[in-house]
Write a protein that binds this ligand. Structure first.
Ligand SMILES: Cc1cc2nc3c(=O)[nH]c(=O)nc-3n(C[C@H](O)[C@H](O)[C@H](O)COP(=O)(O)OP(=O)(O)OC[C@H]3O[C@@H](n4cnc5c(N)ncnc54)[C@H](O)[C@@H]3O)c2cc1C
Length: 403
């Protein structure tokens, strides 16, 4: 019998996870990627316990942990006084999950290990340098037209997953609104090889609140496994890109936040616009949106990609239920009800609150926020409640109740 074929557009981490889950569920899959290789620019790394459980289901957990760093704790700091306010310990989740920790593994590593696994499936057709430009569907099938190495080519399938990132061609082709807003300030990200644990008693994930200039500080393994630190700062609203990315400004920012003797060994710098947006629809007929194509948010808390992986797994499970006759078509709309709701209620809400907490400038509100964080970390029940939410275990459990 001819297999159901799913077209996945975009070989970012969400597209690759979706394509691999399709192959593992006995679908034929066509994966179309515009670029020549997986994008390896520094972006997501923080992978929460609920997502680790999904990576485990895909059979990738061992290499995923081996290529990253296990981060049991995260810290909140008051930057102006250089005081550590609160330490949160994922080990409190040990009775809730097989993975009571976060793993810091860069997103391109996940995409590459997923692709390597996908290549083992005979009915997986993987095309790089193939940019989808339009999509058409009727009651029985969907087709994507792409510009590839041999010119225009048409790919036909039974369903299509648009995992083609924040500027999604698929979302635009379907004329689906991307509702929300863009923050006025850009975000700066710098990577250095200097070891911040020699400078202050921090852990692998640290958030520094400051009404003047908050900072996030993380450790990742790097491609060589030797370890790198990433610092994320807000640029000034009216700051030019040239100013923000100049050596002098970058070293000034790093030294201002974390003074050290000698200069930092900077290996990467980037500046990017940040948005809070959710697609008005996640499904139109046989076409679905997943990952950044469906939702984008600021990176404080490390939730965007995690939520995209949850989309991919939920969607492929749903398609499998429908195709194997265990359900009629109605769960296909449930995908949107579950994933869109969870993105709005958890990811958008949490990332906006995370940013507000770090940048709060009213002294009274700021003090109350920071006291609340400390009190929460010192109360085992509230500490665990906070982790259940930040780890996305709560959102996964809540989604299961959405019919
Ligand atoms: C600095 C930074 C830090 C972040 N940190 C975290 C974090 O710690 N944790 C977290 O969960 N999230 C984080 N995020 C968010 C995370 O990077 C994104 O959510 C993630 O990249 C989304 O993956 P995706 O596969 O949906 O999209 P993308 O990674 O954008 O991949 C989309 C793919 O589609 C391809 N494509 C685009 N158009 C077409 C087309 N027409 N045809 C074919 N292919 C196409 C692109 O080339 C690309 O390969 C961070 C983001 C930034 C910028």
């Amino acid at each position: 019998m001819k297999k159901i074929r799913i077209i996945v557009v975009g070989a970012g981490p969400v597209g690759v996870v979706a394509a691999l889950a399709c192959a593992q569920n006995d679908f034929a899959v066509t994966l179309l990627e515009a670029e020549a290789k997986v994008d390896d620019s520094p972006r997501a790394a923080t992978t929460h316990p609920a997502t680790l459980e999904m990576i485990d289901r895909l059979g990738l957990i061992e290499p995923f942990i081996a290529q990253g760093l296990v981060a049991r704790y995260f810290h909140f700091w008051d930057r102006p006084t250089r005081t550590r306010l609160a330490e949160f310990d994922h080990d409190l989740l040990r009775n809730e999950t097989k993975f009571p920790f976060v793993v810091q593994t860069e997103q391109h590593k996940l995409a590459n290990m997923g692709l390597a696994r996908l290549r083992g499936y005979a009915e997986a057709d993987i095309r790089f340098n193939t940019r989808v430009i339009s999509v058409r569907q009727d009651e029985t099938a969907v087709s994507a037209t792409a510009e590839g190495p041999n010119g225009l080519e048409e790919f036909r399938g039974d369903y299509l997953i648009g995992a083609d990132g924040g500027r999604s061609t698929i979302r635009k082709a379907l004329d689906i609104d991307f509702e929300g807003y863009t923050w006025p300030e850009q975000f700066l990200i710098f990577t250095v090889t200097d070891d911040f644990q020699q400078l202050l008693p921090c852990c692998y994930r640290n958030y520094f609140a400051d009404p003047q200039e908050w900072v996030n500080l993380f450790k990742v393994a790097g491609d060589d496994g030797k370890g790198r630190w990433r610092a994320c700062f807000p640029a000034q609203v009216d700051e030019s890109d040239d100013h923000a990315l100049s050596d002098e400004t970058i070293h000034g920012r790093l030294q201002g936040a974390f003074p050290k003797t000698g200069s930092y060994n900077l290996v990467h710098r980037n500046l990017y616009k940040t948005h809070q947006r959710v697609a008005a629809k996640f499904r139109l007929g046989r076409v679905f949106l997943a990952g950044d194509a469906a939702h984008v948010n600021n990176p404080i808390g490390g939730l965007g990609l995690n939520c995209g992986i949850h989309d991919a797994i939920e969607l492929v499970d749903t398609l499998h239920q429908v195709v194997t006759g265990r359900a009629n078509d109605s769960p296909l709309d449930r995908y949107e009800r579950r994933r869109r709701t969870m993105n709005i209620q958890f990811v958008q809400e949490a990332t906006i609150a995370n940013k507000r907490r770090l940048e709060e400038s009213d002294p009274k509100v700021r003090r109350a926020n920071l006291d609340e964080l400390r009190a929460r970390s010192e109360d085992p029940v509230r500490h665990k409640e906070f982790l259940m939410r930040s780890s996305l275990i709560e959102s996964v459990r809540k989604a299961e109740f959405i019919a």
